[in-house]
Design a binder for this molecule. Structure first.
Ligand code: PAF
Length: 286
């Protein structure tokens, strides 16, 4: 496995791969890798001849007072995992390489239609930070395909929309959430939970699954179901930001006749902000 920090060196390697007619996959990450990331890598191997994983903790997607300064940095153990899983190239750029103009005054990319709803309402500027860094990574790597996990479902839609609107020739592949045996969605931020919070954290998936089952069984009182799910989480000691039933394709509120929905939630537990979501498929009306 090659580890590259310098974007010029990255370009040299990529040029050789392209000359050999090889298809390239990119898995963008912020490191602290878990099995969710490794599932993206495994799928990338199946979809391309060469795979690049990027590790970069992107300051501009963190708000004031968020966890940028304490975000776990584990480059050495990440490298070992990636190498053991057959990665071709680890790209770990420096801050100056991605933000040559500085992080305060640089050019930004926004996807206005998805920017201010759900997580965007609670984390102003977050999705613009994601869209900006992903655009830069796509320009540097020029992948044929890029893979993202559905735990950050809104992020996946932001990136699909970005690629569509900016006419980028990149296929976006979304991979299902990888869960711990007790149902908790894998996330680097689970490391912030103490033992008691970690036990409690499974509730978020249980609540979403129960709500999804109620809807699939014909209860279409979405507002009532959302409110009850919020109250259950709050009673258990979470500080829920939202629980919301949305249309799967674009996260708009569901309209009568929509069949593919998703219930999404964000809730604080101790110092960890947890997000999760569950798909909902309504039966065809007879
Ligand atoms: O999902 C993440 O880890 C990050 O948001 C991403 C896509 C790597 C951009 O920094």
């Amino acid at each position: 496995m090659l580890t590259v920090r310098d974007p010029q060196k990255l370009r040299d390697v990529l040029r050789d791969w392209r000359r050999a007619g090889q298809r390239v996959a990119l898995v963008p990450t912020m490191g602290n890798l878990h099995d969710g990331h490794l599932s993206l890598l495994e799928r990338a191997h199946a979809l391309a001849d060469r795979t690049v994983v990027s590790i970069f903790v992107n300051p501009i997607q963190f708000g004031k007072g968020e966890d940028y300064a304490r975000y776990p940095s584990t480059l050495e153990s990440d490298s070992v995992k990636l190498s053991a899983n057959g990665l071709d190239l680890l790209f770990a750029p420096n801050l100056d390489d991605l933000y040559p103009g500085g992080t305060d005054r640089d050019t930004r990319v926004t996807v206005p239609i998805l920017d201010h709803i759900l997580c965007g309402a609670f984390r102003p500027g977050h999705f613009s930070g994601v869209a900006t860094v992903v655009t830069k990574l796509f320009i540097m790597v020029q992948p044929d395909v890029a893979l993202f996990g559905e735990k950050d479902y809104q992020q996946v839609l932001v990136i699909k929309r970005l690629v569509h609107d900016l006419c980028m020739p990149v296929e976006i592949v979304a991979m299902p959430i990888v869960r711990e045996p007790d149902g908790l969605a894998m996330s680097s931020r689970n490391a912030y939970l103490n033992a008691e919070e970690r036990r409690k954290a499974t509730l978020i998936y249980k609540v979403l699954s129960a709500a999804a089952a109620m809807i699939e069984n014909g209860d279409l009182n979405y507002q009532g179901i959302e409110a009850e799910a919020m109250a259950t989480l709050a009673r258990a000691g979470f500080r829920p930001e939202y629980v919301s039933v949305r249309r799967n394709a674009d996260l708009a509120p569901p309209e009568p006749g929509d069949r593919e929905l998703r219930i999404l939630a964000a809730a604080w537990l101790g110092s960890a902000r947890l997000i999760d979501n569950v798909p909902i498929r309504l039966k065809q009306m007879r």
